[in-house]
Design a protein around this ligand. Structure first.
Ligand SMILES: *[C@@H]1O[C@H](CO)[C@@H](O)[C@H](O)[C@H]1NC(C)=O
Ligand SMILES: *[C@@H]1O[C@H](CO)[C@@H](O)[C@H](O)[C@H]1NC(C)=O
Ligand SMILES: *[C@@H]1O[C@H](CO)[C@@H](O)[C@H](O)[C@H]1NC(C)=O
Ligand SMILES: *[C@@H]1O[C@H](CO)[C@@H](O)[C@H](O)[C@H]1NC(C)=O
Ligand SMILES: *[C@@H]1O[C@H](CO)[C@@H](O)[C@H](O)[C@H]1NC(C)=O
Ligand SMILES: *[C@@H]1O[C@H](CO)[C@@H](O)[C@H](O)[C@H]1NC(C)=O
Ligand SMILES: *[C@@H]1O[C@H](CO)[C@@H](O)[C@H](O)[C@H]1NC(C)=O
Ligand SMILES: *[C@@H]1O[C@H](CO)[C@@H](O)[C@H](O)[C@H]1NC(C)=O
Length: 486
């Protein structure tokens, strides 16, 4: 997104320097121009090892001017030891993914001072020296690569980062370290990440992390996106997340959460709008108030959790300090498909009519009266949002309802019956129920009659009770007391 914005700004002011279609890259690779012909995207997916590292591929021989490349991608080369210092270029986007790079020599990018995005994904980098990103002298900053905002280092072999790693690239806003065997964010890595005061997006997917160090998110106070998905060893929400007060999106797919309770739930993140909690294999219960501190949450993705059987009706509700009322976040997109939910309480969110996206498919819904509101209220709403999707919601229990979709039941205006707490079907028990009811109805007057009879001493008249003096006085006392009542 960032790159697009910057690209469009740059295109507006770019000078048409040379005719790029004569460039060696455009003869070998796929080039694309914008309609004014003022910029060129170069995409080389076939190996071009020698051409990449030749000055004449970048600078026109005759005019000695750089070709006007904007986005350049080289893939599937065996660059290994990247030591070629790229010549002057106005390129903004440079993609060097999939090139077996294991080492980057000092200052190789120094002439790419307009480069905003650098992608070094899918290489063999284990160590990166800070001077790999060394730029040129500038009065106010330390030899910076002054435009770099987005650095992708995912799918490499990094265990740790040099603490000065970003000394030449202090303005980085997007850092991707996903799919590196980091395991523990050690002090050096912590210092490196903490030096990025303008960091907005941090991706740490599949890094084998168990937690985050306590103050990791203290310095990057503009952090908006954090991705910790795929770290199955993370089984509680790292404390430092509470420091990310500006966080807007949090991805926690495929982590090790089991139950989320009020204690183990989310800290106060008043700017969080999007939460992904999908594919958590062990997540089973989302308890009361566990998500209640996400007061402005708009999009909740709670899907593909194969063990998730329970979402408390008050999971999202924040109890107010004064009085018994609660407030709910303004959810607009709710994805709870493919879990193991049998019931859904209508209270889990406050305004079902505010939803613009909804998916509840692929849950083992029990089609009985407790879920009647799903048929009566939710289906018509869901039909408006996505008709085809709504028609796919099915009953999974009881067995004789399995053939129906929610849509069938809605069309037929069915009233689903109530199962008793042992799961027995009331129809079959009807005879017993009638018997029990009749029994109760007959018993009550009999008991009342017996009580009355006792109080009125009718039994003693017939000699049913003992005639001891104590018993007599007791009966007498009772009789007079009850006489007042009648
Ligand atoms: C660039 O040169 C080629 C032929 O070499 C020509 O077909 C093309 O129109 C030229 N493009 C521009 C933008 O001048
Ligand atoms: C040029 O590359 C950028 C960055 O990858 C991309 O966003 C843009 O759509 C590309 N333009 C063309 C015409 O291919
Ligand atoms: C530029 O010059 C070099 C060496 O003189 C030559 O090998 C190359 O083909 C030339 N490139 C172009 C695009 O003319
Ligand atoms: C990488 O290349 C540089 C410059 O050519 C050289 O000095 C260095 O020894 C090489 N490193 C490895 C590990 O091959
Ligand atoms: C390529 O250009 C750089 C300056 O940008 C120069 O130092 C280097 O010697 C040139 N390489 C060749 C092979 O001409
Ligand atoms: C998760 O919560 C359920 C219901 O409260 C409980 O039965 C289960 O033992 C809990 N699991 C763990 C690992 O705490
Ligand atoms: C999280 O998982 C869901 C469902 O599997 C997927 O749609 C979403 O893109 C994932 N998000 C991330 C950041 O991986
Ligand atoms: C819904 O399904 C019908 C029939 O399968 C199809 O023609 C239609 O394009 C689908 N609509 C959407 C919005 O996907």
């Amino acid at each position: 997104m960032l790159s697009l914005v910057v690209l469009s700004i740059a295109f507006g002011s770019a000078l048409a320097v040379t005719n790029n279609s004569n460039s060696p890259f455009c003869k070998l690779c796929i080039c694309s121009w914008n309609h004014e012909g003022t910029y060129t995207n170069v995409s080389c997916t076939k190996p071009i090892p020698n051409y990449a590292f030749e000055n004449s591929s970048w600078i026109e021989n005759d005019s000695n001017k750089p070709y006007e490349y904007t986005a350049v991608s080289f893939q599937n080369n065996h660059f290994n030891n990247l030591s070629y210092v790229f010549p002057r270029s106005n390129l903004i986007y440079f993609n060097l993914a999939h090139n077996d790079i294991f080492r980057i020599s000092d200052s190789v990018f120094r002439n790419l001072q307009n480069m905003v995005v650098l992608i070094l994904s899918y290489n063999d980098l284990e160590i990166i020296h800070p001077d790999a990103f060394k730029g040129v002298y500038m009065e106010t900053r330390y030899e910076p690569l002054r435009s770099l905002k987005e650095l992708r280092l995912d799918h490499n072999k990094l265990h740790t980062l040099n603490q000065d790693m970003f000394e030449h690239t202090t303005d980085i806003e997007i850092l991707d370290l996903s799919h590196n065997p980091i395991e523990i964010i050690d002090d050096h890595t912590l210092l490196a990440i903490d030096s990025l005061a303008f960091l907005k997006e941090l991706y740490l997917q599949y890094t084998e992390l168990k937690t985050l160090p306590d103050n990791l998110l203290h310095t990057p106070k503009y952090l908006k996106v954090l991705d910790l998905s795929g770290n199955t060893r993370i089984n509680k929400i790292p404390d430092t997340i509470a420091q990310a007060g500006n966080l807007e999106k949090l991805f926690l797919n495929n982590t090790g959460f089991i139950n989320l309770t009020q204690e183990s739930g989310f800290p106060k993140l008043k700017n969080l709008k999007v939460l992904h909690l999908c594919r958590n294999q062990h997540l089973s219960h989302i308890e009361k108030h566990s998500l209640c501190n996400l007061v402005n949450l708009e999009e909740l993705y709670l899907c593909d959790n194969i063990d998730l059987t329970y979402i408390d009706p008050m999971a999202l509700a924040l109890p107010m300090k004064s009085g018994g009322s609660s407030v709910w976040p303004p959810i607009k997109k709710l994805y709870i498909g493919n879990n193991k939910l049998a019931y859904l309480d209508s209270d889990i969110i406050a305004r079902w009519d505010s939803l613009s996206e909804l998916d509840i498919r692929d849950n083992p819904w029990t089609c009985e009266c407790e879920n009647q509101w799903l048929i009566d209220d939710l289906v018509p709403r869901s039909l408006k949002i996505n008709e085809n999707m709504t028609k796919e919601i099915r009953c999974a229990a009881p067995i004789e309802m399995k053939q129906y979709t929610f849509y069938d039941l809605y069309e037929k205006k069915s009233h689903m019956r109530c199962l008793d707490m042992y799961g027995a079907t009331p129809e079959k028990d009807a005879a017993i129920l009638v018997g029990v009811l009749a029994g109760v109805l007959i018993t009550i007057p009999v008991i009342l009659f017996l009580l009355l009879a006792y109080q009125r001493r009718w039994f003693s008249v017939f000699g049913f009770c003992d005639n001891s003096p104590a018993a007599y006085s007791r009966r007498f006392y009772k009789a007079s007391a009850t006489d007042d009542n009648f």
